[in-house]
Design a protein around this ligand. Sequence first.
Ligand SMILES: [Zn+2]
Length: 290
Amino acid sequence: MRKDIHPLSPLSVLGIFAHPDDEGFGCGGTLALLASRGARITLVCATNGDVGQVSEARLTGCRTLGQVRQDELRQAAAVLGVQEVRFLNYRDSGMAGSLHNQNLASLHQASPPLAVGKLVSILRELRPGLVLTHDSTGGYGHPDHLAVYRHVTQAVALAADPAAYPEQLAQGLQPWQPPCFYYVAFPRSAFRRMWRQMQAAGITPPFASKDVDSLGCPDAAVTTTVDVRQFVETKAASLNCHRTQIDPNGPFARLPAEQLNELMSTEYFIQACPQGEESSKDLLAGLEPV
Ligand SMILES: [Zn+2]
């Protein structure tokens, strides 16, 4: 963020992710840091995580997993200092190749122009100074992560174009070009390091059936790292709000606390804009320390 873009108002941040909990591990520390410096943060969650695994029986009454996960995200967001959470209410598409991909309510089956239009409308309404979303690898290739990457990338490109979705302008919205746009990334070396640590501790790492070199993005793609050591406890407390997703016997729960903290202390980003000479390589620049 350049200082001259928002000289008086606090930085407005818009994070757009596929599922409840995607915000946490990838950039929860950065969101907490931004919030602590006065940023106003909105999270948009494209699906309700309807087909996520339930590791704990928390579906009481007639509440669906999607409703429970919405509540979990609201709680997780509040812990980070996020002011607002919105849902696009698409259905979780499940992992690549699963039957859930075929569900007509799923994000995977959603009409791209419709989904992009919803995001353009939100960009024009909130006029964020910084946009964060999934990178082109989706971390581990989840179809919803990839769809959100494509739709948000297109929406950011179109939001400033008055010829795109002109009906929104007739309704009073104005074109908007977000000055800063970053993808949340998991560099391959970080995946490899995590795998090595887990294997050394006798733990089967996540995505163990995949080739580790197919996970994450090339290290050279990362433009920006943020040290969130100061916010690791907040990040962990926020992640713990996603109770249905926590497996007490899972690889992260079994990793020694020191190593887990280390793993969560750095967050990685790919700067999509501004580029070239305008590139600051620091998504925190322009925020005053408090
Ligand atoms: Zn996800």
